[in-house]
Design a protein around this ligand. Structure first.
Ligand SMILES: Cc1ncc(COP(=O)(O)O)c(C=O)c1O
Length: 507
């Protein structure tokens, strides 16, 4: 019966020459699920059987099933089969980058912000970097905490938030950083913001003048690039090598007013900045009287290797502004983060934050403070760490098993993404698109590059993908890379023993 229904649906799409066969099958299955013809828990025939009955190739069937898996309409269990899922359906519409026409009313700066890689290409899909799993978040507890603070809300809590945010939350952040990041922080140094994006903008608006130079990493986090563009600073991309931002690659660089870095887990390559390089960056900042903006976006998730001290913990000159976010835990839409500033900047930056941003949301900040004080944050972190560690292991195993020494994987010791570095000959954007056609959304490393043209790779996130999804799709990703390398007849150069640990980065 299922076969007849699917054949009928595929037949109806016969005129759609623009749709490949796997897409037609995908549409047919999707319709069957959304119309309730296939209900939650229904076991689908094996792909081989389905391919035989529908007289399609197995690849076509696997491709359609993969896409439905990724969208959460199907779940696959190794050895048990593929079932119609009872998970809520994910939003599948891809957000397109806006088309910016010549006669637009936007300023040149506005047009540049809109046409530079990225926000529009953000997608909530299992292998997209930067996306986290919020399914384990204790929603009921969170609702109770919010209700409690709304019940208690006194007039001040409904006002704008001055003095850097709700004091108990600032306290909780300071204690967390003292314990987990070994930082010497007083509550007065903590400013609650609506996340790293706002922290970056505040620093750019208050610590640099128009057209002054900000050194950024190349490749870079698009959020930082856009924040600096929006505030009219001159961006100076500095190539990243295997130790992070590499100042020696900038022989004629303008002196920086700001230096933006992600030293614990460079975004997107994932490389870690060793102590010597950290000291070098601190010395440069001292020499130029520049400010370092340290974005410590995912240091909560360190899976192997020694723990890495924050630059802010090494800073003896009060030159580092440290940024953290609650976007990974508890969840991104919370839009709360923190900026830790040197003592001498605490009062002026607080005032500027109030003047420029009119911050608020005190009841929400109060609920979060209690969430942290009662230990729920630490528990959520511990659970998330364990769950992400399993996913990371599974993805790494699949990649290493298939690729061996063919490709260097960077950034896998920390965070929620890793990067498979590929040789120059690979068109990584086209490869990412081909992987996308399989229903797996990954990003090309070169898409993050600002000036450089020599980096190729694929950035894979494992934060949102379930273990089952990684078990299923990890080997497919790995085989796709292998096939690409085989197509290019790529032979890795013989490397000295320790060089096997090195990425392909060149500066
Ligand atoms: C490099 C980097 N910094 C910061 C953030 C967090 O930004 P926000 O707090 O604005 O959500 C992210 C989120 O994915 C990130 O990838």
């Amino acid at each position: 019966m299922l076969t007849e229904y699917l054949s009928g649906q595929i037949e109806k799409l016969a005129q759609r020459d623009d749709l490949p066969l796997h897409r037609k099958l995908y549409e047919a299955l999707r319709r069957a699920i959304l119309d309730g013809k296939l209900t939650a828990g229904h076991r689908l025939p094996a792909s081989r059987e389905l391919a035989h009955d529908l007289q399609l190739s197995r690849n076509t069937v696997v491709s359609a099933l993969n896409q439905l898996n990724v969208e959460g309409l199907l779940t696959s269990h190794v050895g048990r089969g593929t079932f119609v899922s009872d998970r809520p359906v994910l939003k599948t519409a891809r957000r397109q980058s806006p088309q910016v026409s010549q006669d637009t009313k936007l300023s040149k700066r506005g047009q540049k912000i809109l046409t530079t890689f990225c926000a529009g290409q953000l997608e909530i899909y299992p292998f997209t970097s930067g996306i986290v799993d919020f399914s384990a978040f204790p929603v009921a507890l969170w609702r109770r905490l919010q209700q409690k603070h709304w019940r208690m809300a006194y007039p001040d809590m409904l006002d704008y938030s001055y003095s850097g945010g709700h004091a108990p939350l600032r306290n909780a952040v300071a204690s967390y950083l003292r314990v987990f990041r070994n930082m010497t922080v007083d509550t007065e140094q903590v400013i609650i913001t609506s996340g790293t994006q706002q922290s970056l903008e505040l620093c750019a608006q208050t610590l640099a003048d128009l057209d002054e130079a900000v050194w950024i990493e190349d490749p870079a986090y698009w959020g930082a690039v856009k924040a600096f563009m929006a505030t009219g600073l001159r961006l100076h991309p500095v190539a990243v090598d295997e130790h992070g931002l590499a100042p020696q690659s900038l022989s004629e660089a303008p002196p920086p007013r700001l230096i933006y870095v992600t030293p614990s887990h460079q975004y997107p390559t994932g490389v870690v900045m060793p102590l010597a390089r950290r000291q070098e960056i601190l010395a440069i900042a001292r020499r130029h009287k520049a400010w370092i903006l340290e974005d410590d976006y995912d240091s909560e998730f360190r899976f192997s290797g020694p723990s890495i001290e924050a630059l802010a913990a090494l800073d003896t000159d009060q030159r580092v502004l440290y940024m953290g976010s609650f976007s990974k835990v508890p969840y991104p839409g919370l839009k709360l983060g923190y900026l830790v500033v040197p003592r001498g900047l605490a009062a002026p930056l607080n005032q500027a934050h109030y003047d420029l941003n009119r911050p608020g949301q005190i009841p929400l900040q109060a609920a979060l403070a209690e969430f942290i004080e009662m230990g729920h944050f630490t528990t959520a972190l511990r659970d998330a760490r364990q769950s992400y560690a399993d996913r990371r292991r599974c993805l790494l195993d699949a990649l290493k098993l298939c690729l061996g020494a063919l490709a260097y994987i960077s950034g896998a010791d920390q965070g929620l993404h890793l990067c498979v570095n590929l040789p120059d000959a690979v068109d990584d954007k086209a490869l990412a698109q081909r992987i996308g056609a399989l229903g797996l959304t990954v990003r090309a490393l070169s898409a993050y590059c600002v000036h450089r043209r020599d980096l190729r790779g694929i950035v894979i996130g494992y934060g949102y993908a379930s273990l089952a999804e990684i078990e299923l799709h990890g080997p497919i990703l790995a085989q796709t890379f292998r096939a690409e390398l085989a197509r290019l007849a790529y032979e890795p150069k013989p490397l000295a023993h320790d060089e096997h640990q090195r990425p392909i980065f060149r500066t």
